[in-house]
Design a protein around this ligand. Structure first.
Ligand code: SF4
Length: 755
C-alpha cells in the first residue's frame, strides 16, 4: 500500500478538537482553509489568532512530494542533515527529464539511458531514507499524488509549483523550494505567511462543451496572473458538488497560474467516489467520519462576503468554453469571441498541433470525453486536420484508457502517445522544425503557455483549453472554429456538426494497471549505499559549509553591484543549467550571470580586483576563493524575487561570497540565504547604495555581538584611501543567528542528530 493510513488516522483524530479550539479562538465560523491550517500548526492546539496576509506561522505538513529535477538538490541537502529516515511520508517522481519525440516506449528508453545516473541516485537515496520512488514512466507527480496520496483535510508541500493540484481532493497543497522540503523531511517546521482568502462560488452546472478547465480559465481572466498572490482560493457552491474530483484537480492545478498559494474544495461525494475507485476505501471511510470538519461551517458559504477577503461568483449555466493565450494563461477569450480576437490581433488561425494530457488534464474523464470526439471523426467521415498528441498523466490512467479502447480511438485519428511524463508541457518536446522559429499556432490542455514553454520556439502561439475543446480544434485545424455552433465539411463534402463530448467520470470497470511503476523503500535503509559517481558532472555530494570564524568580516572584495531587477533567474539561470541542478559546483558556473553590473551595465562582466581585468562573475569569484578572499554582492530592491530556488543561495555560499547587501530582499530568498549560513543585510538608508564603488574593499563590523534587531556596520575602503561607514539592518532571529554561526541550518540539525 503506497499511502500512509496511520498518518491520515492521526490527522483525522486530532482535527475535530483543533478545529473547535480555532473556532473558539477566532470567535466566528471557519472556512475550510482555516480549518486545515489551524489543525496543522507546528505547536499543536491553536493558541493564537493569526492575521491574514500578515502573520508568519510554523506549520507541520503531512507529506512531501518531489519531482526529479528539484528532488536532486533537496535530497542532497537532506543527506547533510544526518537523519536515518524522513520525518514525514515523502515521494520522488521521475517525470520532468523525459523528452517527448518519437513515442512513449522509445522516448522512455532514451531517458532511462541519458538520465541513468540521476535516476540511480534518486532511486537509491529514496530506498535508503524511506522515500517512495516512482520510476520514469510511472507518471506525472501531481496526477500520481492525486491517485495515491492526496486526502481531504491534509496538508502537503511539494517541490513543484503545481503541487496545488492536490487541492482537488480537498488538501492544502503548496509548491515550495528544495530547502523547505529538506527541512520538513528532516523534522523541522515549515513557515508560511497566513494567507488571505478568495472565495469562488460556483452556481449552476457544467454541460455540453464546457468543462472544469473553463472555470479556471475564466477565473484566470478575472484575477490575472498576479491576482491570487498570497491567497488561498476556496471553491464552493452547487457547481462544485456536481463536478468530478479530477475536474476539481484541474481547477486547483491552474491556481498556480493566478499566483495563488493554493486552492481547495470541501469534501463531497465526488471525492468519496474518487477515493474508492483509486483503491482507498479506508481513507473515504475515515473522511466520512469527520465530514463536517472537511468543509467550511455552513454559515461561511451562506454569507461568504463576510468571511472571504474577496469573492467571485461564476454561473456555470452561462459559462462558455474558453481559450486562454497566447503567451499568457490569463488572456481569456470565450470561444464565441475567438474569431474576432484572432483577426484583431493577427493570431495565426491554422492549428498545427493539438496536445492533450499533462498533470492538468489527463484524468479518465478528460480522456474519455476527448475520445468521444475522436470517435466522431470516422463516424462522420471527417479527417483530423492538425497533428494530435496525448501525454497521459500516469500509468494507471494510460493502462486503463488502453484497456477501454480510447488509445485505439486516438490511434485512428493519427495521434501520437507520448510517455507518461511532462514532455511538451515543460519544453521537453523535440518538435520537428521548431528550430526554424516559424510563426504557428498550437492548442493544448496544459496549464502554462509562456513563449518557448512547449517547443522552444518563441513564435509558437500556444492557447490553453479543455481537452475536449483542444480535440475539437485539432479535428477542425482552425482556431476560429466554435464546435458549439459551427459546421465542418467532411470528406464527402457534407456539412457535419460535432456532437458535444460525453464521457465517464470514472472507469465503469474500475482502474487497472499491471505495473504502476512504484518502488517501496527498504524497511531498514541503513545498509543502502547512495549511488553518486565521484566523476559525475550532474551529481555531487555536498560538503558541509564552514562555520563562522567568530570575527568580523574584513577585507571583502566587491564582486558585483547589481543594478535593477535581480531575480533568482538572474542569480541562477534555468534553461540549459537545469541539467546541473544536482551538481553544486557545476551549476555555480551560472552564478549571477544574468545580473546587470551597475558600473558597466553589462551582464556577466565584472572587475577582478586582483588583476584589474573584467571577466565573468563566476570565474572572478572563483579567483577570490582561490586566493582565500571573501567577497560581497550588492543588490537593489527586492533582490532574489521569483522562485524559491535554493541554488540561488547555495551557489554564492559555495563559491565563497560572504555577504549579500541589498536595498531589500524577496523574503523567500532572504530565508534561503539564512538557511545556507550566509549573511544577508539591507541598507538602513537605501541611498547608501550609491556610496558603493567598483574598487571597494568592505568590512562588516558588529558580528561578535550579532543579535536580533541590532544593526551591523559596513565600512567601505575606497580606492583613493578614503573610508565611509553606514548602518545596515538585518532580520535574523535568535535561531537564524545560530544558523549563521554554525555555517548553515543543516549543520545544526546534523549536530542535534549526533547528540
Ligand atoms: Fe509541471 Fe507540466 Fe509536468 Fe505538470 S506536466 S508537473 S505543469 S511540467
Amino acid at each position: 500500500m503506497a499511502f500512509d493510513i496511520e498518518m491520515i488516522k492521526k490527522v483525522y483524530e486530532r482535527m475535530p478538537a483543533r478545529v473547535e479550539a480555532a473556532r473558539k479562538l477566532v470567535g466566528r465560523p471557519l472556512t475550510l482553509t482555516e480549518k486545515i491550517l489551524y489543525s496543522h500548526l507546528w505547536d499543536g492546539n491553536p493558541a493564537t489568532v493569526f492575521e491574514r496576509g500578515k502573520s508568519y506561522v510554523d506549520f507541520a505538513p503531512d507529506r512531501v512530494a518531489m519531482q526529479d529535477a528539484t528532488a536532486q538538490m533537496a535530497l542532497l541537502q537532506f543527506m547533510q542533515a544526518g537523519r536515518p529516515k524522513v520525518a514525514v511520508p515523502s515521494t520522488v517522481h521521475c517525470d520532468h527529464l523525459i523528452t517527448a519525440k518519437v513515442g512513449s516506449s522509445e522516448d522512455l528508453h532514451t531517458a532511462e539511458v541519458s538520465n541513468k545516473e540521476v535516476y540511480d541516485f534518486l532511486s537509491s537515496v529514496s530506498n535508503k531514507y524511506g522515500i517512495g520512488f516512482w520510476k520514469p514512466g510511472a507518471g506525472i507527480i501531481h496526477q500520481v499524488v492525486l491517485e495515491n496520496y492526496a486526502f481531504p483535510g491534509g496538508m502537503m508541500i511539494g517541490t513543484d509549483s503545481h503541487t496545488v493540484n492536490a487541492g482537488g481532493l480537498g488538501m492544502i497543497a503548496i509548491g515550495v523550494g528544495g530547502a523547505d522540503a529538506c527541512d520538513v523531511m528532516a523534522g523541522l517546521p515549515w513557515e508560511l505567511k497566513f494567507p488571505k482568502l478568495i472565495g469562488v462560488k460556483l452556481t449552476g452546472k457544467l454541460s455540453g462543451w464546457t468543462a472544469p478547465k473553463d472555470v479556471i480559465l475564466k477565473v484566470a481572466g478575472i484575477l490575472t496572473v498576479k491576482g491570487g498572490t498570497g491567497c488561498i482560493v476556496e471553491y464552493f457552491g452547487e457547481g462544485v458538488t456536481s463536478m468530478s474530483c479530477t475536474g476539481k484537480g484541474t481547477i486547483a492545478n491552474m491556481g498556480a497560474e493566478i499566483g495563488a498559494t493554493t486552492s481547495t474544495f470541501g469534501y463531497d461525494e465526488s471525492m468519496e467516489r474518487y477515493l474508492r475507485s483509486t483503491d482507498r476505501n479506508e481513507v473515504a471511510d475515515l473522511a466520512n467520519g469527520i465530514k463536517q470538519h472537511l468543509t467550511a461551517d455552513a454559515e461561511v458559504y451562506a454569507n461568504p462576503e463576510k468571511y472571504f477577503d474577496q469573492l467571485i461568483e461564476i454561473n456555470l449555466d452561462e459559462l462558455e468554453p474558453h481559450l486562454n493565450g497566447p503567451f499568457t494563461p490569463d488572456l481569456a477569450t470565450p470561444i464565441s469571441k475567438i474569431k474576432e480576437e484572432a483577426e484583431k490581433n493577427g493570431w495565426p488561425t491554422k492549428i498545427e498541433v493539438g496536445l492533450i494530457g499533462s498533470c492538468t488534464n489527463s484524468s479518465y474523464e478528460d480522456i474519455s470525453r476527448a475520445a468521444s470526439l475522436a470517435k466522431q471523426v470516422a463516424n462522420k467521415n471527417l479527417k483530423t486536420k492538425a497533428e494530435f498528441t496525448i501525454t497521459p498523466g500516469s500509468e494507471l490512467v494510460r493502462y486503463t484508457i488502453e484497456r477501454d479502447g480510447f488509445l485505439e480511438t486516438f490511434d485512428q485519428i493519427g495521434a501520437k502517445v507520448f510517455a507518461n511524463a511532462c514532455g511538451p508541457c515543460i519544453g521537453m518536446w523535440a518538435r520537428v522544425g521548431a528550430e526554424k522559429a516559424e510563426k504557428n499556432t498550437i492548442v493544448h490542455s496544459f496549464n502554462r503557455n509562456f513563449a518557448k514553454r512547449a517547443d522552444g520556439n518563441p513564435n509558437t502561439f500556444a492557447f490553453v483549453g479543455s481537452p475536449e475543446l483542444v480535440t475539437a480544434l485539432a479535428i477542425a485545424g482552425d482556431l476560429t472554429f466554435n464546435p458549439a455552433t459551427d459546421y465542418l465539411i467532411n470528406e464527402k463534402g457534407e456539412k457535419v456538426k460535432l456532437d458535444a463530448p460525453t464521457g465517464d467520470e470514472l472507469p465503469v470497470k474500475g482502474f487497472a494497471v499491471e505495473d504502476a511503476g512504484y518502488q517501496a523503500p527498504a524497511a531498514d535503509g541503513s545498509g543502502v549505499t547512495v549511488a553518486v559517481s565521484p566523476t559525475s558532472d550532474r551529481l555531487q555530494l555536498l560538503d558541509p559549509f564552514a562555520a563562522w570564524e567568530g570575527t568580523d568580516l574584513k577585507g571583502l572584495k566587491l564582486l558585483i553591484k547589481a543594478k535593477g531587477k535581480c531575480t533568482t533567474d538572474h542569480i541562477s539561470m534555468a534553461g540549459p543549467w537545469l541539467k546541473y541542478r544536482g551538481h553544486l559546483d557545476n551549476i555555480s558556473n551560472n552564478m549571477l550571470i544574468g545580473a546587470v553590473n551597475f558600473f558597466n551595465e553589462k551582464t556577466d562582466n565584472v572587475k577582478n580586483q586582483l588583476t584589474g581585468e573584467y571577466g565573468p562573475v563566476p570565474a572572478t569569484q572563483r579567483a577570490y576563493k582561490a586566493a582565500g578572499i571573501g567577497s560581497i554582492v550588492v543588490g537593489d530592491e527586492n533582490y532574489g524575487e521569483g522562485s524559491s530556488r535554493e541554488h540561488a543561495a547555495m551557489e554564492p555560499r559555495h563559491l565563497g561570497v560572504r555577504v549579500v547587501l541589498t536595498k531589500s530582499f524577496a523574503r523567500i530568498h532572504e530565508t534561503n540565504l539564512k538557511k545556507q549560513g550566509m549573511l544577508g543585510v539591507t541598507f538602513a538608508n537605501p541611498a547608501d547604495y550609491d556610496k558603493i564603488q567598483e574598487n571597494d574593499v568592505i568590512d562588516i563590523i558588529g558580528l561578535t555581538e550579532f543579535a536580533p534587531g541590532k544593526q551591523l556596520t559596513v565600512v567601505l575602503h575606497h580606492a583613493d584611501g578614503s573610508t565611509e561607514q553606514f548602518a545596515v539592518n538585518h532580520t535574523y532571529n535568535e535561531q537564524q543567528i545560530e544558523w549563521f554561526k554554525a555555517g548553515g541550518a543543516l549543520n545544526i540539525i546534523r549536530k542535534q542528530v549526533v547528540n
